[in-house]
Design a protein around this ligand. Structure first.
Ligand code: SF4
Length: 310
């Protein structure tokens, strides 16, 4: 993809940072990310959890384990937990609802789910059970590219989920990958416009990272600078949105720079070590989970950037 790399983007970054400061302040929200299951029925061609992949040990956390991990995160200061999984029908909406209710009964944390596409009645049920937010990225706004990446679904269906979640009163999160094979700068513009049209309350924008056990193994990793530009533009288009410095960018070691261009959220994995390396949408060198120490380290990093951890 042609990147306008010779353009000086620093005025846009400065503007995005100013809009961020005015609209959402200097706080950086630290979210606990718990990956509850790596089972998935879907075929997404970029993802290390895709159903056809054989050389991956699959796991599911018991509901009690999930609630316990959430309580540990709460005890060290987390105010939001994100429960993420592949599309795993083993967790029925009833089970997920019970997990959410139990976490809400034991803590005052906001609960975000990222468990894929569901029927409207299931999303409605989970909202009633106490779920505050739902993340489901559209990944690309190009319908043809979407179909190539997701042979078992369509962009219309995905956007339908986002609109349903918004209508049901969820804080609704989407997002997309930068540098997907076949993507153009025009597609990225469409991605940003789609975020604004929902309009999304959260948007995770990260670089495409090829996974060696997927059909896209030979692709080139997305460009970190182009990703940062997309985050900055998303801030200008959605001034009050929560924009994470996505884990994929953190993997590339670009965390601080993203914070200076509009992001106000960071996710920290709290997935127990026995599961953590089995949740590999893209390859990453993951440190062992140490919930209190990593929370403290992140708070210090955020303070060192002149921002306020929450
Ligand atoms: S991106 Fe999500 S839905 Fe697609 S294969 Fe991976 S875990 Fe499953």
């Amino acid at each position: 993809m042609e990147l306008l790399e010779r353009e000086d983007f620093s005025p846009i970054y400065a503007q995005a940072d100013q809009v961020r400061a005015e609209a959402v302040g200097d706080t950086v929200h630290i979210r606990a990310l718990l990956e509850i299951s790596n089972h998935c029925r879907r075929m997404c061609t970029y993802c290390g959890l895709r159903a056809p992949r054989q050389n991956l040990t699959r796991y599911r956390m018991d509901p009690e384990e999930v609630v316990q991990a959430a309580c540990e995160a709460h005890a060290v200061g987390y105010r939001t937990i994100v429960l993420q999984s592949g599309e795993d029908p083993w967790y029925t909406p009833l089970m997920l609802g019970q997990i959410v209710s139990a976490i809400k009964a034991k803590t005052d944390m906001a609960v975000t789910l990222g468990c894929g596409e569901m029927r409207e009645e299931d999303y409605a049920f989970l909202k009633l059970a106490g779920t505050d937010r739902y993340l489901i990225k559209h990944e690309t706004a190009d319908p043809d590219l979407y179909r190539r990446l997701h042979p078992d679904s369509s962009l219309d269906k995905r956007v339908g989920c986002l609109r349903t979640l918004k209508r049901l009163g969820y804080e609704t999160g989407s997002g997309f990958m930068v540098g997907l094979p076949g993507q153009t700068l025009e597609t990225l513009a469409q991605d940003l416009l789609l975020l604004a049209s929902i309009p999304c309350d959260m948007a995770g924008i990260g670089p495409f990272l090829p996974h060696p056990d997927t059909p896209l193994r030979d692709g080139t990793a997305g460009d970190a600078e182009l990703t940062r530009r997309c985050v900055a533009l998303a801030r200008l288009m959605l001034p009050s949105a929560n924009l994470p410095a996505t884990t994929a960018l953190t993997v590339r070691g670009d965390n601080g720079q993203v914070f200076s261009g509009g992001a106000n959220v960071v996710m920290r994995k709290i997935t127990p070590n026995c599961y953590k390396r089995m949740y590999e949408i893209y390859p990453a060198q993951l440190p062992d989970t140490d919930i209190p120490a990593q929370r403290q380290q992140l708070e210090e990093q955020i303070r060192s950037l002149g921002r306020v951890p929450l």
